[in-house]
Design a protein around this ligand. Structure first.
Ligand SMILES: Nc1ncnc2c1ncn2[C@@H]1O[C@H](COP(=O)(O)OP(=O)(O)OP(=O)(O)O)[C@@H](O)[C@H]1O
Ligand SMILES: O=C(O)C1=C[C@@H](O)[C@@H](O)[C@H](O)C1
Ligand SMILES: [Mg+2]
Length: 261
């Protein structure tokens, strides 16, 4: 990691990759798009015990963070939460699914799967991740299946990786609320959107859980709910999840620094 990087306002990430798809890098997240939850306000974070923790914007402990990749199942909130983290840190945000769409010139992942194949999509996803891996000060929401290719880990490891761990029931509810059409791996069978999303997500998670567990830090929605004194992961706001992710990033970097010293 680049130890010289601080958390000053975003100067914009520089493109150093081989290819430059149209519109890349995309516009960064519009300012002030955080949700209205009060959790957005406390940039001076406090632990459960109420003791003061490091301010993620000005705090020294996150210095050295160059980029962060959020991994997790489809619908886990990588894009939603990733944008918030980028805004808080003043980093650029990239969504690898969007970059593949731009680079292939096809407007949706579902269409890429249909016109070409999953393998074609995965090859392009790896290229995008490789290109992003040479950039600094950015947050990347990876595609949900990026973890399955070992080569992608060599790119993702250039930064800090976070696994957004969301119970399958909550994932299936979120996806059912918007339909499965945009998620080709969940759209193959007929039936009610919740049932087919839940069944397929269960099978995918079985195959992938060991890969997700390779992440540097795990953000468990069940644990956040417990910290808040309940067990309903469905009421957790993206901001609350982003704050937990920032705390996990901070802990990871602090532990790493302690090991080094
Ligand atoms: N904390 C949350 N509570 C409720 N709904 C959420 C939360 N976070 C995200 N969502 C919703 O869940 C859906 C999936 O979120 P998002 O697109 O961010 O997931 P993703 O991990 O990027 O998925 P994919 O891998 O398919 O790209 C969206 O409709 C989003 O609005
Ligand atoms: O989990 C997956 O395999 C996928 C997740 C999405 O982000 C897209 O990358 C695509 O729909 C495949
Ligand atoms: Mg996404």
């Amino acid at each position: 990691m680049d130890a010289g990087l601080g958390l000053r306002p975003r100067p914009g990430a520089a493109w150093t990759g081989r290819r430059k798809p149209q519109g890349f890098p995309p516009a960064t997240v519009p300012a002030a798009r955080l949700d209205q939850n009060p959790a957005r306000r406390p940039l001076v974070l406090r632990s459960d015990a109420g003791s003061r923790s490091t301010d993620p914007i000005r705090g020294a402990s996150l210095k050295g963070l160059c980029c962060h990749k959020s991994a997790g199942m489809m619908g886990s909130g990588k894009t939603t939460v990733g944008k918030i983290i980028a805004e808080v840190l003043g980093y650029s945000f990239f969504d690898s699914d969007k970059l593949v769409e731009q680079s292939v010139g096809i407007p949706s992942v579902a269409e890429i799967f249909q016109v070409h194949s999953e393998a074609f999509f995965r090859d392009n996803e790896s290229e995008v991740l490789r290109d992003l891996s040479s950039m600094h000060r950015l947050i990347v929401a990876t595609g949900g299946g990026a973890v399955i290719r070992p080569i992608n880990w060599s790119y993702m490891r250039k930064g800090l990786t976070i696994w957004l761990d969301v119970p399958l029931d909550a994932l299936a509810r979120r996806i059912a609320a918007v339909g499965t059409a945009s998620r080709p791996l969940l759209h193959q069978e007929s039936g009610d959107p919740y049932a087919k999303a839940y069944a397929k997500l269960t099978a995918l998670f079985e195959q992938r859980m060991d890969s997700y567990a390779n992440a540097d830090a795990r953000v468990s929605l069940e644990n956040i709910a417990l910290k808040q004194g309940h067990n309903d992961v469905n009421v957790l706001t993206p901001s609350a999840i982003a704050i937990e992710a920032l705390l996990k990033m901070e802990s990871f970097l602090t532990e790493k620094a302690m090991v080094r010293n």
